[in-house]
Design a protein around this ligand. Structure first.
Ligand code: CP
Length: 336
């Protein structure tokens, strides 16, 4: 933990292998803590965590708020629809208002890429000590989801001691609406950093071939890649071929709210080609765990029966693990 240097958590492209180790170790400590009796730790007593979600959320927002409460922080939520944004107040002035009320940590979700990073930069420039956590920005990044997915996989492969090493050499398939997915992008950084090979699978309208080079260079504005050697990224259009030899499969929601043109002929044909079902996994000989960040379109990206089958579906486990991972992030940033 002594190596932790991040003042904000904005994008996993900036995470080193040591950062992943730190988050996973700490999350595991929080995950195995007794959940009955005295559930609160005093770590963030007197700190104020403010959640600013300019886009809808069920999991991320509630999970951050619960994580903050379990660390004894005060929690304040912002609701855009009933705020003074409707009177013309700017986003930055809105955020500054919450900082003036004493926010120590801001969790920000916005439909536009880089809004959390821009806020972090502006607040730093004006001397504010507040830390910004990206709760999901546009198509760009969803770091806490990428970390909780990594933690869930690491716990699946090494339940007692989840670490990046548990992912080394694994074949992880990601299928679905990858082009619109900030979760897919965060998973690409996280999984390849830990030495997993990632197979991306979707029709060309949802997965441009250029994704095969996604982690070849750090994003604009970042001088270098903190990870010396990453796993491979492979684009495979055929789901049965992608699943052959897989260690785990993640499927992502069709993001209809971000599709501004017809990218699919029909949901039925998409499900036939790319939907996960028991039969499909059995046909591929893949008794593999299945992950989905949620929310799920039942019967589209995966069958309802597979989603509800706790022998292979890790979807509920992801939600539970999300609290521990977010506790770890809040703890690390508050300590910093
Ligand atoms: N996975 C995820 O980000 O879910 P929410 O949109 O419900 O927060």
């Amino acid at each position: 933990m002594s190596d932790w240097t991040h003042r904000h958590v904005l994008d996993l492209a900036a995470f080193s292998l040591e950062d992943y180790t730190t988050v996973l170790e700490l999350a595991q400590r929080f995950r195995v803590m007794p959940t009955s009796g005295a559930r609160k730790l005093p770590a963030l007593q007197g700190r104020l965590v403010t959640t600013l979600f300019f886009e809808p959320s069920t999991r991320t927002r509630s999970s951050f708020e619960l994580a903050a409460k379990r660390l004894s922080a005060d929690v304040q939520s912002f609701s855009p629809s009933s705020s003074s944004l409707s009177k013309g107040e700017s986003l930055l002035d809105t955020v500054r208002t919450y900082v003036a009320m004493g926010a120590d940590l801001l969790v920000v979700r916005h439909r536009c890429t880089a809004v959390p990073a821009a806020l972090a930069r502006d607040l730093e420039a004006s001397g504010d000590r507040v830390a910004v956590l990206n709760g999901g920005d546009g198509l760009h990044s969803h770091p806490s989801q990428g970390l909780l997915d990594l933690f869930t996989l690491a716990r699946h492969f090494a339940p007692e001691a989840p670490s990046p090493e548990a992912l080394r050499g694994r074949r992880i398939v990601i299928v679905g609406d990858i082009v619109h997915s900030r979760v897919a992008r965060s998973n690409l950084w996280a999984l390849t950093a830990c030495g997993a090979d990632v197979v991306l699978c979707a029709p060309a309208t949802l997965l441009p071939q250029a994704f095969a080079q996604f982690v070849d260079a750090p994003p604009p504005g970042q001088a270098s890649d903190p990870v010396a050697r990453r796993g491979a990224v492979i684009v495979e259009r055929d789901l049965d071929r992608a699943l052959a030899g897989a260690d785990a499969v993640m499927t992502f929601r069709l993001q209809k709210e971000r599709m501004h043109q017809h990218l699919l002929t029909s949901l039925e044909s998409y499900h036939r080609a790319y939907g996960l079902t028991h039969a499909r996994l059995e046909r591929c000989g893949s008794a593999v765990p299945v992950l989905h960040p949620g929310p799920v379109n039942r019967g589209v990206e995966m069958s309802g029966a597979l989603l509800d089958d706790l022998r292979c579906s890790l979807v509920e486990e992801q939600v539970t693990n999300g609290i521990a991972v977010r506790m770890a992030l809040l703890y690390l940033l508050a300590a910093g």
